[in-house]
Write a protein that binds this ligand. Structure first.
Ligand SMILES: *[C@@H]1O[C@H](CO)[C@@H](O)[C@H](O)[C@H]1NC(C)=O
Ligand SMILES: *[C@@H]1O[C@H](CO)[C@@H](O)[C@H](O)[C@H]1NC(C)=O
Ligand SMILES: *[C@@H]1O[C@H](CO)[C@@H](O)[C@H](O)[C@H]1NC(C)=O
Ligand SMILES: *[C@@H]1O[C@H](CO)[C@@H](O)[C@H](O)[C@H]1NC(C)=O
Ligand SMILES: *[C@@H]1O[C@H](CO)[C@@H](O)[C@H](O)[C@H]1NC(C)=O
Ligand SMILES: [Zn+2]
Length: 421
């Protein structure tokens, strides 16, 4: 599995090299990474074809009545009632249900949406699912075939996928991209060529375009051109920005979402106001920012948290994302699934109300990713559900008491996620 490990390492290094440079992870692009994307894709695709999955497909057609559950309706908990799962969506009429579940007054949430992850295999999808993450957004794709092999797995988290990341030659991220694709054809050289780069990516129909703002890196004109062409072709542009200067660039370029928050110093209230005025969305990935800062105290997590506070005060919509990835020996690991619950807690610590934090991982995420079919519990919506004990409006950590998970109407059958602390 060496190829898989180096692949995951690459993803994470790619995202964080700008930070990692200061910590001895510097790369000059001399090395070449041998990543066998088609072998990984084959493993994932075989899993989709397996008997387990076809059995799960049949479960999609069943009707389930969950009695005596308090539904979180997006702003508060309702009094106990029955929720019907009818095939892969929420139904209305419990008549003829083939399974009856007593919810015992537990709380039912819409399945969680993690807006920033790096899964590579089925285990990662299982981990996400076992913790009630029912939709997740993969944030760097070097092989369409491999990325698509993580999609459409019945009974597992629904994965959406980005393009390759757009980075400049000679930049930290650009050097890593060269290690994966020595031809240089994935790099973005200038504003003129940026247009063609986006066209090439859109040709395989990623769900959104991923851009990297860093210094040194893409200049402002080139970032602007990447955003303009993405929008012309109907794709959102999602931009990595983990330092103060980069954040400002991403804001100026008019990207749709800015991911991460600076670890060097907080943004200003002026920048937060600009981000709001430009109707940009923030996915701060506080979990990752904290993990890096824990490993390397020269990175200031308080600065990251302060930026989230400023963005939230300015009215910028904030989404829950974790940068989940698994690879020993690199700047910071973030486990799949459990981290989404940690992110909710960190968002609350940064100033969001518990209701705000829950929305960041449900209805607000669905809204800004343009997924009308999920994010709330209502008839006709996808039956992505998380049953928990306790009241998450009173204490956000209640989301951790996981009782059951359904993904598009199919109950998660593996071991459910638990927390040790
Ligand atoms: C409700 O309580 C019963 C009896 O303790 C238990 O068997 C059942 O699993 C509980 N339901 C859920 C959804 O946890
Ligand atoms: C997926 O990768 C993890 C390492 O992150 C490894 O432990 C696990 O066995 C892999 N799963 C599969 C199905 O290859
Ligand atoms: C996933 O399913 C959707 C809807 O059925 C389909 O349009 C898409 O091509 C599938 N993608 C993959 C990678 O199987
Ligand atoms: C932009 O980069 C491309 C690819 O390297 C190159 O062919 C072209 O001459 C450059 N254009 C400008 C205006 O620099
Ligand atoms: C870290 O950031 C916080 C918030 O901006 C600031 O108050 C503190 O002085 C910073 N710490 C260091 C060591 O720079
Ligand atoms: Zn990432």
């Amino acid at each position: 599995m060496a190829f898989l490990r180096s692949f995951i390492a690459t993803l994470t290094i790619l995202l964080l090299l700008q930070l990692a440079q200061a910590c001895g992870f510097h790369s000059h692009g001399e090395r070449q990474l041998e990543v066998d994307f088609s072998a990984i894709a084959e493993l994932n695709n075989n899993a989709r074809l397996s008997l387990t999955h076809s059995a799960l497909n049949k479960k999609r057609n069943t009707k389930i009545a969950i009695d005596n559950v308090r539904v979180f309706d997006g702003s508060r908990l309702l009094s106990p009632a029955t929720v019907v799962i009818d095939g892969d969506v929420i139904g209305t009429d419990p008549t003829g249900a083939t399974q009856q579940i007593d919810g015992n007054g537990s709380v039912l949430l819409a399945g969680l949406i993690d807006s920033h992850v790096h899964p590579a295999n089925i285990t990662h999808l299982q981990d996400l699912s076992s913790f009630g993450v029912t939709t997740a957004f993969s944030m760097a794709c070097f092989s369409p075939q491999m990325c698509q092999s993580l999609q459409n797995h019945t009974g597992l988290v629904d994965i959406h996928t980005s393009s390759a990341p757009a980075a400049a030659p000679g930049s930290a991220h650009g050097n890593i991209i060269l290690m994966i694709d020595p031809s240089g054809s994935l790099l973005v050289y200038n504003a003129t060529q940026a247009t063609k780069w986006v066209d090439t990516q859109v040709a395989w129909n990623p769900d959104y375009i991923k851009l990297i703002a860093e210094s040194p890196g893409l200049d402002q004109n080139t970032l602007n051109a990447l955003v303009t062409e993405s929008h012309r072709l109907g794709k959102n542009a999602v931009c990595h920005a983990a330092a103060f200067d980069a954040y400002s660039q991403a804001m100026t370029a008019g990207v749709d979402q800015i991911h991460h928050v600076p670890l060097d110093r907080p943004i200003t209230s002026g920048i937060a106001a600009d981000v709001h005025r430009k109707q940009q969305i923030s996915t701060p990935t506080l979990t990752m920012m904290q993990a890096i800062s824990n490993n390397y105290p020269s990175f200031n997590y308080s600065a990251s948290r302060e930026s989230v506070r400023l963005l939230h005060c300015a009215g910028v919509p904030i989404l829950a994302g974790t940068d989940a990835n698994l690879q020993p020996g690199i700047i910071a690991n973030v486990p799949f699934g459990s981290s989404t619950h940690l992110e909710l807690e960190l968002l609350v610590e940064a100033g969001l109300s518990t209701v705000d934090a829950l929305q960041a991982a449900t209805s607000r995420a669905a809204k800004y990713w343009g997924l009308d079919d999920r994010g709330v519990i209502a008839p006709g919506k996808r039956a992505d559900l998380l049953l928990i004990d306790g009241d998450p409006v009173a204490d956000i950590k209640a989301t951790r008491n996981i009782r059951k998970v359904w993904l598009a109407g199919v109950e998660y059958e593996g071991t459910l996620g638990t927390f040790t602390e």
